[in-house]
Design a protein around this ligand. Structure first.
Ligand code: COI
Length: 353
């Protein structure tokens, strides 16, 4: 692979104590193009502007997908990535749904490792910090015909991040959304397609104007079954069981979600992946059988839910505080990612620098 380095790194200008999610990017990026039926020109080059033809199909028809993962600096100084093969599997599912070319697993993982090896100084040291890894793929054929493109670009960019919501262990407020819909069965909800996120902006904006941090999405047919939260999957600790919406094509198959299910069942807590009726959750609040609720995702890790607004009433969970299970899961996951807790699942890979 060709590697073209920056003349002067920007790392000395960075204050890791003061970083806002997604606003700072490392010195280099990985890039390649899909032309004539194959990925070519694999390279690492300085992070910077790229030229895109204004006719490019991604700009018009939204043929664009991405992934989200992180590299962690351990307490032993080593840099680790977490379950990258799962992100690769999800990228492949997104590619298939959006009629885009696959990237093989070796190219996916090795390009990330090579890029981080070069930009290892950009992995921040704090317990709540990480280097967010954002692979993206978009159509780049200059044609306006409405069909899958035959040229694509693929990039990986890196961004040092701190806690997604800020605060020590916040408990966020969610609005159960009955007007707008994120996804329906047969649609693209399970794919990490850029357009899925754009489709949520209006609901999030209205939710924020009413004091909610995120939207709790309900199914698109009846607005009855819980799907996911803004940028996370959702779990309920209900009646001493972990209950989470099943994967039925409308929600993202999260890597953190999968890890939570494994950790929780190994703690001896029964897990149920099934339809979760919003009325059942509100009833759980009323009867005090809903012990905790939390969102899980790469960016947000484990984030407690302090309240749910539904049909004009705010329902407080666990007195609006983060709960013990959420805290324990956060510690286990971050502990494994940072090499503090033994990785008995083989989830992490150390990046030699
Ligand atoms: C992630 O957790 O990686 C996400 O994709 C959320 C992101 C859109 C901020």
């Amino acid at each position: 692979m060709e590697i073209r380095k920056v003349k002067q790194s920007r790392i000395n200008q960075v204050d890791f104590n003061n970083i806002q999610f997604g606003s700072l990017f490392s010195d280099h990026m990985f890039a390649m193009e899909y032309i004539d039926g194959e990925w070519q020109n694999h390279r690492i080059e300085p992070f910077g502007m790229i030229e895109v033809n204004p006719v490019s199909a991604s700009l018009h028809y939204g043929q664009a997908i991405f992934e989200g993962m992180k590299a962690y600096r351990g307490i032993d100084g080593e840099i680790r990535i977490f379950r990258p093969e799962m992100n690769h599997r999800r990228l492949s599912a997104s590619c298939e749904r959006m009629c885009m070319p696959l990237v093989d697993e070796d190219t996916f993982i090795n390009s990330i490792k090579e890029l981080i090896r070069l930009d290892h100084q950009w992995v921040p040291p704090g317990e709540k910090q990480a280097l967010y890894i954002r692979p993206i793929m978009f159509a780049d054929e200059p044609q306006l015909d409405v069909r899958p493109a035959d040229r694509y670009r693929y990039l990986v960019i890196l961004s040092p991040v701190s806690g997604y919501f800020g605060g020590d262990f916040p408990a966020v407020s969610l609005k159960a959304e009955e007007k707008y819909t994120r996804a329906i069965q047969g649609g693209t909800g399970f794919a990490k397609a850029g357009g899925n996120y754009a489709a949520t902006f209006l609901a999030s904006k209205e939710g924020r104007e009413n004091g909610y941090a995120q939207i709790l999405w309900l199914d698109g047919v009846e607005h009855k079954y819980i799907e996911e939260v803004g940028q996370m999957n959702i779990c309920f600790y209900l009646n001493n069981k972990l209950v989470t919406p099943e994967l039925r094509g409308t929600i993202l198959p999260g890597v953190t979600r999968d890890s939570v299910l494994r950790l929780v069942s190994d703690m001896g807590i029964k897990c149920e992946q099934r339809l979760v009726d919003i009325d059942e959750i509100i009833e759980g609040v009323r009867l005090n059988t809903l012990h905790e609720a939390f969102g899980c995702g790469t960016a947000a890790v484990i984030t407690s839910v302090g309240s749910i607004g539904y049909r004009g009433t705010l329902h407080e969970i666990n007195n609006g505080q983060s709960g013990q299970l959420s805290r324990d899961l956060y510690s286990s996951i971050v502990g494994i990612q940072r090499g503090e807790v033994k990785d008995s699942y083989g989830w992490t890979q150390v990046i030699p620098v």
